[in-house]
Design a protein around this ligand. Structure first.
Ligand code: HEM
Length: 410
């Protein structure tokens, strides 16, 4: 389907586009004119043996794709919409060991096991420890006077929360952080992370987690690792499955929440009325609006298992379908004035954590808790925080990432 108003060759997964911005005006154009649009690509540029993918832009269509795993598979080409072009098919297929890239019934089995670690009760159990950690992070940053909000504040709580959840010893945490950074930054030349460094980091993290699992099997402790690997029967994870689960948590739980916190801080600092309102009233609706506004995961993909229709487009079996959460979260059919950052927005049916269906974010409650705790700590300890520079964005094909945000802590 041609879309004449888009420049020739425009690609919604081009990492260079995201270096400066999320293409919201282009999404709006598609929602109005061609809500499910074929984005042609040079053969193989995304790492797949094909010439493009469908761009799904409307809220209702993103939900439809997300909730029909029998028609839209997360497994055939994984959920990641763009790999490095140099990636081999074997390397892509290895990613299928991660639950994000599984279909039922495998996915259902793994999800049933791991969600034991994410019950409302287990998340509530972390609250006091995380509140203390949030307070500590903010106090330390404040002592610096000014600095990079991303490394001083936004990175810290998500990392500590996952380490806390999994029971990773304090001394090992910096290594986990380093590995997780290396795995997602391969598109950004400034960070000088090659494909090889990225996959080595993934291997090291998996092997670290497998050793941890083996140790806990031998000598169980009161943590989620022990719970998930306790016995060698059908209802538990093997050490290798556990290794890949930790790998997923390190990316899914760190980068996303970090970027939600950074974009949230930037939104507050550029919308001072909202920051005043937050400091005064601390509305419970704020965290969800921060996630809608930030939409840290711009898109994931599925692959059609059969010929099908969606939003007026004819999708062929085997074609890739990109679900663009950033577009869905700005759909004026669903949100009044989506361009307004409104921390009292209610209802707020955003798709920042996914469009429903089997893969809906497992860590949503934890992420919302972390966002609430960190902004409460900031509002308490440094209410006069102010901007000292523009955000520097990550070059990435599917993450809305900020790698630096200079601030005065006040
Ligand atoms: C603001 C922060 C976060 C955002 C925006 C976010 C977003 C997402 C999205 C869009 C998905 C895919 C949904 C789908 O395909 O339908 C997802 C899946 C997932 N998320 Fe999150 N996430 C966040 C935080 C977390 C945290 C803190 C954790 C864990 C500690 C986590 C763990 C996961 C896991 C394990 C999956 C895969 C679930 C599955 O395949 O069944 N996420 N997340």
């Amino acid at each position: 389907m041609p879309c004449p108003a888009l420049p020739e060759g425009f690609d919604f997964t081009d990492p260079d586009v995201y270096r400066s911005r999320v293409p919201l005006p282009e999404f709006a154009l598609l929602r109005r004119t061609a809500p499910v649009w074929w984005n042609a690509q040079p053969h193989g540029i995304a790492g797949f043996d094909d010439d493009g993918y469908w761009v799904v832009t409307r809220h209702q269509d993103v939900k439809e794709v997300s909730t029909k795993p029998e028609v839209f598979s997360a497994n055939l080409n994984t959920s990641i919409i763009r790999f490095n072009a140099a990636m081999t098919r074997e390397q892509i297929d290895v990613q299928k060991l991660i639950m994000l890239n599984m279909d039922p019934p495998e996915h259902t089995r793994v999800r049933q096991i791991v969600q034991r670690g994410f019950t409302p009760r287990s998340i509530r159990a972390l609250e006091d420890a995380l509140r203390q950690r949030a307070g500590h992070i903010v106090t330390q940053a404040r002592a610096n006077g000014s600095g990079d909000f991303v490394t001083d504040v936004a990175c810290e709580l998500p990392l500590q929360a996952i380490a806390e959840l999994i029971g990773i010893p304090q001394d090992d945490r910096a290594r986990i952080f380093d590995w997780s950074n290396k795995m997602v930054a391969y598109d950004d030349p400034e960070l000088a992370i090659t494909e090889e460094v990225g996959s080595n980091a993934a291997m090291e993290l998996i092997s670290y987690a497998m050793n941890l699992a083996a140790a806990r099997k031998e000598c169980p402790a009161k943590d989620i690792v022990s719970q998930l690997v306790a016995a060698e029967d059908e209802g538990n994870l093997g050490s290798d499955e556990f290794g890949f689960f930790v790998l997923l948590l390190a990316v899914a739980g760190n980068e996303t929440t970090r970027n939600a916190i950074t974009h949230g801080m930037h939104a507050f600092l550029t919308h001072p009325g909202q920051w005043e309102l937050y400091k005064r009233e601390r509305p419970a609706t704020a965290a969800e609006e921060i996630v809608r506004w930030a939409t840290p995961v711009v898109s994931f993909q599925r692959t059609a298992t059969q010929d099908t229709e969606l939003g007026g487009a004819h999708i062929k079996k085997g074609q890739r379908v990109g679900i663009f959460y950033s577009s869905a979260n700005n759909d004026p059919e669903v949100f009044d004035h989506p361009e307004v950052f409104d921390i009292t927005r209610d209802p707020n049916p955003h798709l920042g954590f996914g469009g429903g269906g089997p893969h809906f974010c497992l860590g949503k409650s934890l992420a919302v808790l972390e966002i609430n705790l960190i902004f409460q700590a900031i509002a308490d300890a440094m209410p006069d925080i102010s901007l000292a520079g523009d955000p520097r964005r990550l070059r990435s094909a599917w993450l809305n990432g900020v790698k630096e945000l200079q601030v005065h802590y006040g």
